[in-house]
Design a binder for this molecule. Structure first.
Ligand code: HEC
Ligand code: HEC
Length: 177
């Protein structure tokens, strides 16, 4: 319900046309501003909506993304700013615990010991929107990069099918349908 309303508004903002409910918004219209106004709780629902009716690989990828990637890249792939919104307000300053300059990987034991001095999360970029993934024209390149480096604090922890599904998901959210 709330979601439907936000989408309607997103369409209106992007086209400056009324009535705003004339058509569903293209994925590109769902920018960070919309997500910011929606607040954190709607992020999962918005991602589900983005992949509704998509092929199986994309749906599996959306789930894998939620479990492994959204914590840094945001529920719908808009990057660090969106990711921070999913945390409670007093937890949004990630660098309070994930200190810049620390290693990018840390063992579970170390994390349990040093709860406020953890691995660096870096500056996770948007995976959709203008210019996103521009360095990865070929799926093979995106697959190889993601498998070798992501999730950044524990690269390679998924199997090949998992990474292939993620590539399908990232391509899907990156192009209008
Ligand atoms: C701990 C935070 C974190 C997690 C979790 C994470 N990433 Fe990243 N990701 C980053 C950062 C930071 C970068 C920028 C490059 C770097 O610093 O390694 C990045 C870069 C990327 C890029 C390259 C984007 C570009 O245009 O340069 C892709 C693709 C990507 N991540 C996909 C994923 C996927 C898929 C997952 C889940 C398996 C994931 N990431 C999990 C932090 C994260
Ligand atoms: C108060 C300290 C604190 C803050 C603030 C904090 N974290 Fe963490 N984070 C932890 C601890 C402790 C762990 C390891 C234990 C766990 O998984 O809960 C962790 C684990 C993680 C992990 C790896 C495991 C997982 O749950 O996915 C990622 C990725 C992560 N944090 C990202 C972030 C991001 C992004 C932010 C900012 C929005 C953030 N954290 C803010 C303390 C913090």
């Amino acid at each position: 319900m709330a979601i439907a309303l936000w989408w309607t508004q997103a369409a209106g903002q992007a086209t400056d046309r009324s009535p705003a409910s004339e058509r569903p918004p293209a994925l590109d219209d769902l920018g960070l501003r919309t997500v910011t106004e929606m607040g954190s709780r709607e992020g999962d629902a918005l991602r589900d909506w983005m992949v509704a009716g998509a092929p199986e690989a994309v749906l599996r990828g959306a789930y894998t993304y939620d479990q492994n990637c959204s914590v840094c890249h945001g529920d719908t792939g808009l990057g660090y700013e969106e990711a921070r919104l999913a945390f409670p307000a007093d937890h949004r300053s990630c660098t309070r615990c994930h200190r810049p300059g620390n290693a990018r990987e840390m063992s579970f034991e170390t994390m349990m010991e040093r709860q406020h001095d953890l691995f660096d999360v870096g500056d996770p970029p948007a995976l959709r929107g203008p210019g996103a993934l521009s360095a990865f024209a070929a799926d093979e390149v995106l697959f190889a990069y993601t498998k070798a480096t992501m999730p950044r604090y524990q690269p390679g922890r998924l199997d090949d099918e998992g990474y292939a599904d993620l590539v399908a998901f990232m391509r899907w959210i990156g192009s209008p349908h």
